[in-house]
Design a protein around this ligand. Structure first.
Ligand code: UDP
Length: 235
């Protein structure tokens, strides 16, 4: 498929059209932002890690029955994906308290939760991606009841598969954010699954191997992404 004009440039990715209206090409950048774009920087090599990691996880999830936008890895940074209409929700699953959950509920970071939680934020940069519940989502028509049911079931399934997978490479999946898209009437997993969008802690040492190192100026950011990449054994 031929790469055509740029359709969109986001914080971490560019999206290009192809000669087929059903497909587009995603190109991963090393640019990083946090706190709704307030903090900006670059993480050398991040685009490669996120691209290859997302693709590998999409393939694994597909095998486990979760359909995704992934079609074909074109290079270290570029991937052919199905062109979806993004459901304007960030879907967040948590297994262990961290980040905004710890702050909001006063629960120490690292506290294991009794069961996974599912929460939604409305994707709207101008509003700072506010948290939103099921009834509010239906009321503003951000998604239908049927879509939300599918999204919730798929999100829990993604959690099960990813917990198990990360455990095999010595990583604890603390929480993650995923997004979904509409494609010919179906709901499929879209966007990335990477250290930008997951909290990943070393099982033994609890060392953070994710974007929190960038958000919190902890240092060792590139090293953390490289460590996750190494454990994925993609070379
Ligand atoms: N997350 C994300 N994009 C966002 C907000 C959150 O990928 O815009 C991910 C984040 O990396 C973490 C999970 O969602 O794995 C939960 O994030 P939280 O709500 O605690 O927000 P944060 O502390 O990251 O602001």
């Amino acid at each position: 498929m031929e790469k055509k004009e740029q359709l969109y440039e986001g914080k971490a990715k560019k999206v290009f059209a192809t000669d087929d209206a059903d497909y587009c090409i995603v190109s991963y950048k090393d640019d990083a932002t946090a706190f709704n774009g307030e903090k900006k920087g670059t993480i050398a090599g991040k685009g490669v890690v996120n691209n290859r990691m997302s693709n590998m996880l999409c393939k694994l999830l597909e095998q486990k029955g979760v359909p995704s936008h992934y079609v074909e890895e074109l290079s270290d940074r570029e991937t052919l994906v199905k062109k979806v209409d993004i459901v304007p929700l960030e879907v967040i699953i948590r297994n262990t308290a961290a980040g905004s959950f710890s702050k909001r509920f006063g629960i120490a970071e690292g506290t294991k939760l009794k069961c996974p939680t599912l929460e939604y934020c409305l994707k709207d940069d101008a509003l700072g991606d506010p948290m939103i519940n099921d009834t509010q989502i239906l009321a503003i028509d951000a998604a239908t009841r049927e879509e939300l049911d599918k999204i919730a079931a798929m999100a829990y399934k993604v959690n099960e598969v990813l917990i198990e997978f990360f455990r095999t490479i010595g990583i604890e999946l603390i929480d993650f954010k995923i997004e979904f898209g509409r494609f010919h009437g179906d709901i499929i997993l879209a966007d990335e699954i990477s250290p930008d969008t997951c909290r990943l802690w070393d099982i033994e040492t609890h060392q953070k191997l994710d974007k929190d190192r960038f958000r919190r100026d902890m240092g060792g950011v590139e090293e953390a992404y490289a460590e996750v990449f190494k454990r994925l054994n993609l070379d």
